[in-house]
Design a protein around this ligand. Structure first.
Ligand code: AMP
Length: 212
């Protein structure tokens, strides 16, 4: 099964993707995580990606698409995957469709997690991430036991450049899933819309239900 998770930044895609991966065994492919890993490793791609990410802009399609295609060509993606943060637009969606079609696969579900803007700003500007293992925390919803320290691995927590309040608003404007992208999956008959304003624990079963 191949699924895409759609939603604005802060809708809870990353958190829910981790939970879905745990419940279903699906491979979790996050282009944001892949870019952040390149940034951490100081690769050329990381340098390029960072110049866009820090401003809340999207990395150019050709760069993102070729990284994604390389990822899904690996053996561990042969049985299915869940895409989180990809596609962000119709060009990326069509590239994903084509890459899957080459192997006789297709997107089986597109899960759209919807959340109103005001709630997103408050969520995003309270988010902290572990520098070591990438685990997410939230000041309001999921604070770490010890401030500034990761519960999972003890690593240092930091606030992503693109989660700082002023960047958040412009990122929301630039990075909401465009209507044409949602339409792309609606037309394919695979779109399921989920109310992402509910608490995290209530959203997970709704998503799992949509996968049945
Ligand atoms: P995310 O973790 O999904 O919020 O992504 C963090 C940042 O990585 C985004 O703000 C973009 O700069 C970049 N990025 C992630 N996925 C994509 C994508 N599919 N297309 C373009 N840029 C992306």
């Amino acid at each position: 099964m191949y699924i895409v998770l759609l939603g604005p930044p802060g809708a809870g895609k990353g958190t829910q993707a981790d939970r879905i991966a745990e419940a279903t065994g699906l491979l979790h492919v996050s282009t944001g995580d892949m870019f952040r890993e390149h940034v951490r490793n100081g690769t050329e791609l990381g340098e390029l990606a960072r110049s866009y990410m820090d401003k809340g802009d999207l990395v150019p399609d050709e760069v993102t698409i070729s990284m994604l295609k390389e990822r899904i060509s690996r053996d561990d993606a042969a049985q299915g995957a869940m895409f989180d943060g990809f596609p962000r637009n119709v060009v990326q969606a069509e590239a994903l469709d084509a890459a899957l079609a080459e192997r006789g696969n297709k997107i089986d579900r597109a899960l759209l997690i919807s959340v109103p803007d005001e709630e997103l700003v408050s969520r995003l500007s309270g988010r902290w991430m572990c520098r070591e293992c990438g685990r997410l925390f939230h000041e309001r919803f999921d604070p770490p036991s010890v401030a500034g320290k990761c519960d999972a691995c003890g690593g240092e927590l930091y606030q992503r450049e693109d989660d700082k309040a002023d960047v958040v608003r412009s990122r929301l404007e630039k990075q909401k899933p465009p209507e044409e992208l949602i339409d792309h999956y609606r037309k394919a008959g695979v779109l399921h819309e989920i109310d992402g304003q509910k608490p995290i624990d209530e959203v997970t079963p709704l998503l799992l239900e949509a996968l049945r």
